[in-house]
Design a protein around this ligand. Structure first.
Ligand SMILES: *Cc1c(COP(=O)(O)O)cnc(C)c1O
Length: 413
């Protein structure tokens, strides 16, 4: 399911309101999320395995808006945290220590001490961090992140297995258990996450097989986590969605077979981020210039890569829709933002209706890694975030930043 794109007299409606009225009230650019879509995605993913010992940890780095975290929690999902900042927002959203998994990725001792104090389960990503964890005398045993399987994902920047910084390679697994013995501690969980944004389940299922085979040999393992990475079809004309139904059947069968064979009942978990929040979100941008430079057509908007970096950072595709005009102009347009860098693209070679200054464009599927990766580059202000409730009302869920906020931590006289 994705953000509902309904038109009335050819104009996009956001909940009960016309797109123009929304921009007038909340200013441009904007991030907007649809509650019904978010809930639907939570339910879909939660139901992929119908076992009491199956858990879904929403990977909060994709979007940490507290209101969205609250909705996700109300759908019965757990959450992962990779920093004290994520943890803080999750706690405010109501997640309890049994609903949070902390994943270490080069976490300093002081932060790890706080996590241990809170008695959160922790998944360690290197032997160094594992030893640090054990040395701090935690009450909880450790989980470890293993670097196994074949890397996958839409871009080398999101492939997280093989010769990348993540996880403990298989050949060091015995060293991990030796460390545990040295500190009279235990390792009771295995996790892997081998990439982000895959739409084919073949490699994922193979890695799940490898993980299950490995866990079979280690009898202390009572937590088995298959990470995140399930993709969404950003380019609906060229991509098929992830085959959730058949994946669900295969995964359920595998887990049941494993439990029957081993007579063990571990917690099985997955950690999707993008799948849960990407499609419920859109961004709105207002056109500020239309021009042709040496034969190339540019549409300049107020949405720069400080607010949506995926096209620039990953060469990612986002569908771009004109909100008040329909039809197609037959020349390709370059849709760009307001950052002083020539790589500041939202979309390349797009066909849109004839577009004028102050027209509003809608960028689809921006709920994941959109606002979450934003910055103040060019000293631009982060925009507001809105929620369309299930009743079609608009709720402001994050204010636009103010110029004053840019000065808060600067020291000058
Ligand atoms: C980023 C990340 C995820 C979520 O990835 P998605 O592609 O958004 O599903 C899950 N687990 C870990 C460890 C991650 O780093």
């Amino acid at each position: 399911m994705s953000f509902p794109l309904l038109r009335k007299n050819g104009r996009i409606q956001i909940g009960k309101y016309d797109v123009q009225d929304i921009i007038e009230k909340y200013d441009s650019p904007l991030y907007i999320y649809d509650e019904a879509t978010l809930r639907e995605q939570c339910r879909k993913i939660k139901n992929i395995v119908d076992l009491p010992n199956f858990r879904v940890y929403y990977s909060a780095k994709a979007n940490t808006n507290i209101k969205l975290l609250q909705i996700i929690r109300s759908e019965g999902l757990c959450v992962d945290a990779m920093s004290l900042g994520e943890l803080q927002q999750e706690e405010i959203a109501g997640f309890t220590k049994d609903e949070i998994l902390f994943l270490s990725n080069n976490v300093p001792p002081k932060a790890l001490e706080i996590i241990i104090e809170k008695e959160l389960p922790v998944c360690l990503d290197s032997l160094t961090q594992l030893e640090l964890y054990f040395s701090l005398s935690p009450k909880k045993p450790a989980y470890i992140r293993l670097n196994i399987g074949t890397a996958q994902g839409h871009h080398t920047k999101v492939q997280t297995a093989g010769k990348v910084k993540f996880g403990i390679p298989i050949e060091q697994i015995e060293d991990a258990f030796t460390l545990a013995k040295k500190y009279k501690q235990k390792i009771t969980g295995f996790m892997f996450h081998n990439g982000s944004l895959f739409l084919d389940d073949t490699i994922y299922l193979n890695t799940i097989n490898d993980m299950l085979a490995l866990a079979e040999q280690y009898h202390d393992i009572e937590y088995i986590d298959f990470g995140g990475g399930i993709g969404i079809p950003y380019n609906r004309e060229q991509q098929e969605p992830f085959p959730l139904d058949s994946f669900s059947e295969k995964l359920t069968a595998k887990l049941n077979a494993w439990m029957a064979k081993t007579k063990r009942q571990p917690i099985f978990a997955i950690e999707p981020g993008r799948f849960i929040v990407a499609e419920c979100g859109i961004a709105l941008a207002t056109v500020q210039s239309v021009k042709q430079n040496y034969g190339v057509n540019f549409i300049g908007t107020d949405l720069g890569f400080n607010m949506l970096i995926r096209p620039e950072f990953y060469d990612a595709y986002h569908e771009i829709i004109h909100t008040t005009k329909e039809g197609i102009f037959n020349e390709p347009m370059q849709i760009v933002g307001n950052i002083c860098e020539s790589g500041d693209y939202l979309g390349k070679d797009r066909y849109l209706p004839v577009t004028a200054s102050q027209d509003i464009l809608l960028i689809r599927d921006t709920g994941a890694y959109g606002f979450a990766m934003s910055s103040n580059y060019n000293s631009l202000l982060r925009c507001a975030e809105l929620l369309v409730t299930t009743q079609g009302e608009i709720q402001l869920i994050r204010k636009r930043e103010s110029l004053d906020q840019l000065l808060t931590n600067q020291i000058y006289s």
